[in-house]
Design a binder for this molecule. Structure first.
Ligand code: KDO
Length: 334
């Protein structure tokens, strides 16, 4: 992950003329939407984009996706969009927090309660200044919110060797987390010793023992076959994780108003479809994972919640959160 300060990033992109503003509408045949994701082709978010988004925009734009980080490495996609080298990505709040630290609020443990809460937060006016900053300063529009799922701690050791009841049981556990500050903070807040690593390297790292575990929702554990190289999942639910459908503002500005409406509708439809599919998988995969020899159990959730939340209080991360936003997010919960 290249770490850029907001100012350095913005001046670089501005110098490259990326934020220079609208131009002449492109001819239909010229329009090509490229999407880069570190997810696989069978990840429900990828499927939703290919099967819902792409057909909806097919009247005026070709859609091409690069999976498994093949087009751009995990964490470099937003910069690629800003530079004009990519149209779309499935971006995380943690990646956005690299540019705009206030986004770490959406990457904080035990803040979002469920998929519906994520949607209410994304559509609430509280998001407007966040969206505007990303658009104005990075040249990226956040079109819609996608559901990734409840992240849990997934370890190589059988439960007989290491039983995770509280954060204290994660002391010294080398837990792979994605490579940005917000992720690493969350790993530490869980009580673990986090190691930054790109998603595409995780399976091998688990199989060789380079890391003790990883955290992801159950559908990802199945899609990436982590059940083949791990022995237990403690259902910590430490992050109800989301991604944004990020779209190039430069490309957006070249579209006609009708095309813009179609793109927005296509993004919303893909997000809604993917959310339902992912929720369905999340609710139905435990038996399959168990059948593969992985123990699944619930630790002391109150202990995890208390410990994680306490780490954010007074932290540098929390100092970047605009006043009153956490309260608004909480008020949109159940
Ligand atoms: C991961 O690297 O663990 C993560 O789950 C982080 C998400 O933000 C997202 O990028 C995801 O990977 C990839 O799309 C692969 O599923």
């Amino acid at each position: 992950m290249i770490k850029l300060t907001r100012r350095a990033a913005i001046s670089a992109f501005a110098a490259a003329g990326i934020l220079a503003g609208a131009s002449v509408p492109a001819a239909a045949a010229d329009i090509k939407f490229t999407l880069a994701t570190s997810g696989s082709e069978t990840d429900q978010r990828s499927v939703a984009m290919a099967n819902v988004f792409a057909p909806m925009v097919a009247g005026f734009a070709d859609y091409q996706a690069g999976y498994n980080g093949s087009m751009f490495a995990q964490g470099t996609e937003l910069e690629a969009i800003s530079r004009g080298n990519l149209t779309m990505s499935i971006a995380s709040a943690q990646e956005l927090a690299q540019f705009f630290p206030e986004f770490s609020i959406f990457a904080t443990g035990y803040v979002h309660q469920d998929a519906a809460h994520q949607v209410r937060v994304f559509n609430d006016p509280l998001m407007d200044p966040f969206k505007k900053t990303v658009e104005d300063e990075l040249g990226v529009k956040l079109l819609s919110v996608m559901y990734l799922g409840r992240r849990h701690v997934n370890l190589r050791f059988p439960r007989s060797e290491k039983d995770i009841k509280t954060p204290a049981d994660l002391a010294g556990v080398n837990l792979r987390m994605p490579g940005t500050d917000a992720w690493q903070f969350l790993g530490k807040a869980l009580g673990a010793a986090p190691t930054p690593m790109a998603f595409t390297e995780v399976y091998t790292a688990l199989s060789t023992g380079a890391v003790d575990g990883q955290d992801n929702p159950l559908p990802t554990v199945v899609d990436a076959k982590f059940y083949e190289v791990t022995k237990q999942i403690a259902l910590t639910s430490h992050l109800v994780d989301l991604n944004y459908i990020a779209f190039s503002k430069a490309t957006w500005d070249k579209l006609t108003p009708e095309q813009q409406i179609t793109v927005q509708r296509a993004a919303d439809a893909a997000a809604a479809y993917g959310r339902l599919k992912q929720l369905d998988k999340e609710n139905n995969l435990a038996d399959f994972i168990r059948s593969q020899g992985v123990e699944i159990y619930t630790p002391d959730l109150e202990a995890f919640r208390k410990h994680v939340q306490a780490q954010y209080v007074g932290s540098e991360a929390a100092s970047a959160w605009p006043e009153g936003v956490l309260e608004k997010i909480n008020a949109l919960g159940n």
